[in-house]
Ligand binder design. Sequence first.
Ligand code: F6R
Length: 611
Amino acid sequence: MCGIVAYVGEREALPVIIKGLKRLEYRGYDSAGVALINGELQVFKKKGKVTDLETQLNEQELKSNIGMGHTRWATHGEPNDTNAHPHYSLDKKLAIIHNGIIENYASLKQELISKGHEFISETDSEVLVHFIEDIKANNNCTLVEAVRLALTKIIGAYAIVIMSQDDTNTLIAARKGSPLVIGLGKEEFFLASDATPIIEYTNEVVYLNDHEIAVIENNGLKIKNTEDTPMTPYIQTLDMELEAIEKGGYEHFMLKEIFEQPRSVLDCMRGRLSATDARLTLGGIREYAGALENAERLIIVACGTSWHAGLVAEYFFEEFCRLPVEVEYASEFRYRNPVIKEGDVVIAISQSGETADTLAAIELARSRGAIILGVCNVVGSSIARASHEGSYTHAGPEIGVASTKAFTAQLTVLFMIALRMAQRKGTITESKFREMLVEMENIPNKIEKALKLNDQIEYISDLFKDKSNFLYLGRGYNFPVALEGALKLKEISYIHAEGYPAAEMKHGPIALIDEEMPVVFIATRDSSYEKVVSNIQEVKARKGKVIAIVTEGDKLINQMAEFVIEIPATNEALMPLLSVIPLQLLSYHIAVMRDCNVDQPRNLAKSVTVE
Ligand code: F6R
């Protein structure tokens, strides 16, 4: 994880960096630090949030037109001032910021210690800057060459930026496995882990590729690879508005993102789905559409919330395409010896497009002949680029660490892929196809309606906020939603929660139920409705407190449950897009009432770029 940002140009670097770090704080918030050239190469760093560092820096007179900053999610070494980045070289003439993990740092460290290097921190990153310093001294070469030589010997993942006291207008950056974007302004340059710190200054960007080194000096950018071959920068123009990355009047990003869902789902369908014309076009899946159509099985890999979207997609592909599907945790898949046949199709789902396990899983599958289709939110992200083809979710930047609008956008894209494939395969009738398009087009309005339940959900949250455990139960399409509801509650309110298929309750979890246990049922009117009603009765018989998400107008469950939350009716397959909304709101309000940091929950980071 970790967020990195750097600047060189005419402006004061510090405000640009601090603002950028705040935008990147979702990537980690254990500690923060900056390096500036203020007469000499100076480093300031502190445990805690970027604002803590900012307060400390405000007390000093710091002027520099070049600088870099880092917000950390600890991997090696506990979060403290010393382990915070940037890290100095031994002679303090170089400083580094690093996102990633240097796997062979321990052996390099031993070697450097034997040469007289002393280390202040416990980090792998400090080892890297000392290693570069050592190579430069021994080879009597330029700093860029020393960086290049060092990177050829490094095992692991990195996005790094290096500053030197001897080259006060130069930034050197490199990446392998961790993202890095270069913003091209007018006689100024920006570097960041994603485009959010850059977008208010320029929308011209270059995404650095793995094994590339960028050298920004004398107002110019040069890129080469670690084999010393010059590369031509590919400049892209980003289509992202500044408002999209600000809170826009909401108390938290998470709430803003929950309320953005009618819009983000619509954006996701825009230009792709038209019920009037009975048309579904996925511009990103053309060349490999045939491969998906003819595939004998589909493997979906993802982590966390994206994995839950994958579980829903399993039902889509089975129901509409009659295609066998396996949904895998990317972290497990990559360490098994999975059976992959030439022509198997793997769909990788990832909001950030940077999740290390998902990236590694698709690299493994690709090396064995699979076709990879990416479903990512972040344009130009590593997973999007490592895929053969794919579809972006177009949900806009998701800043809150708990994923909300990305989930519903993922469901929308996966639904469209499945439906389009079903049409090509002839496994869906034309009338069913049209009916599903119409229903999908109605979803944004229905999400809008579900969001009107906010006050009721806030009221219920207040009654349950002090509970220590929650159970979430659902069946069929609503089972992955139960998992997602439980995950949302756990991660932002720190209440223990479990999601189960409702019928599985009898095989163990029912033992947990007593008058203290809130049980959230997703009990909308679908093919398993009657069965879920029986499950509710089983919980009531053991005095559990039932909060039920039901379809508008449901009378039966109203008589059994303590609380019912009524959401609009829709087709069973599309219900997760609606039934997840009250669960997102429930976790949000409970977390706020428990005084938790909703947008930056403890121990978590938005993008998990380490395994
Ligand atoms: C949960 C959450 C995580 C992510 C997971 C995968 O709210 O945000 O579980 O879903 O880390 O991240 P992406 O989708 O970026 O690959």
